[in-house]
Design a protein around this ligand. Sequence first.
Ligand SMILES: Cc1cc2nc3c(=O)[nH]c(=O)nc-3n(C[C@H](O)[C@H](O)[C@H](O)COP(=O)(O)OP(=O)(O)OC[C@H]3O[C@@H](n4cnc5c(N)ncnc54)[C@H](O)[C@@H]3O)c2cc1C
Length: 455
Amino acid sequence: MTLEIQNISQTWDVIVVGGGTAGAIAGIASARAGAKTLVVEALGSLGGSGTNAQVTPLMRNVSSGQNLNRGITDELKQRLIARCDGAIDRNNNDNWFNPEGMKFVLERMLIESGGEILYHTHFVASELENKKISSIVVHNKDGLSRLRAHTFIDATGDADVSVSAGVPFDAGDAEGVHQSMSLRFILGGVDLEKLCGFLTQHGQAQESQKFMHFWMVWEKNSTLEPLFRQAVSDGVLLERDGDYFQGFSIPGMPGCISFNCPRLDADLNDGASAWTLSRAQVDGKLAIDRLLNFCRKYLTGCEHSFITSYAPMVGVRETRRIRGQYMLTLEDILECKKFEDAICRNHYPVDIHTPRGKKLVHERTGAYPYFQPDAFHEIPYRSLIPLEIENLLVPGRCASATFEAQSAIRVQQNCHSMGEAAGLAAAWCSKDKIGVREVSVLELRKALIAQGANL
Ligand SMILES: Cc1cc2nc3c(=O)[nH]c(=O)nc-3n(C[C@H](O)[C@H](O)[C@H](O)COP(=O)(O)OP(=O)(O)OC[C@H]3O[C@@H](n4cnc5c(N)ncnc54)[C@H](O)[C@@H]3O)c2cc1C
């Protein structure tokens, strides 16, 4: 049997593969810049890790108390807040959001911008002509189809399009071990008032039921550690269940807590393998069952709680990172390097969740310029430009960075900013019939600043 590939006669200016954290914003930016834009997404909603892996809230990224990611991110936050799917706490932290609300708002923003979405569709392969991607092959209920565009954006998080096009890449640390993966879940039926009181009694006072954050990691002086020790000795938890435990309240979801755990079995760290992701879903659900029992038995307020949802997507922190025109390094971060083609500013720290038993310790204080409260480093446009290919941009967690540098820039708001720059640049490429290396970085920065970017 030969496989038929259906040629779709329509062509697009820009095709974004992966409608996740970076891809949804890239699609919005591209469509707003006038490009005929299609977002191809494997699942049935936008937002990727932020929605379907339930990664809430956005990690704060500030310098001197000012948000470093603005532009479309600001608009997204405002729309979420207007729907009560977002909120601002007493510390002026505006990063709290409801992942379900985020799905709706991103979809509306893309559609209102004139972008199109092809859901439930998997990228299969890139087809090349003279160092350019001429088309991509995708698979969905209609079978295999060939889609054409002038410029492509690889926002798959795993660099799927780039790898298929022959772009060189790195994956994992020096030994190829990736950051730990987690399967997040939401617990419903929680009496938040009682839980707040209980946490306050146990040394983790909360601002209010609306803004809750509590945690336990072995040997990090968490006041909840004795409870975990007890639960392990009672046979309710396994030792590994205390490697990382963290809960957050969710705007617009009273009685619910979103858990940034469990961390998955150490061997399950390659999020670019479907077999590993499948085992991760199974391992994660068993661990969630242990955590559910733990919460019901040991955390006052959770006695009648239940699982509201298991995240449909495994939480993947790092897989493949493209080799680009510029590879961001740990030194760039610690020395606060600035670039003429900067498209994003970051002050989030190096944050490596390692499956090697202990969290890798990276200095958070010391003499490096990065540890000053007004510090930041920049991400250059060249980190989104893959080697070899002329009409592809790669924003998000698979942009060009070393293992250590990726752990700092991977947080959602930086992915937004990278996506916004990639979307705008790709739209210009198709309008002016140029390659991604020919974009005027001066004009790109000007336009991003005009859209509200903090650059
Ligand atoms: C457990 C965990 C906790 C985290 N905690 C925080 C936090 O608290 N705050 C924070 O800001 N950041 C946090 N992060 C980091 C952040 O969430 C991610 O780095 C970021 O969301 C990645 O964005 P992305 O656009 O690169 O990828 P994603 O958001 O994952 O988007 C990739 C998209 O591409 C789609 N896709 C993939 N392959 C294909 C294909 N072949 N065909 C079609 N579609 C495809 C996926 O379905 C997905 O929608 C955390 C990450 C994890 C895993």
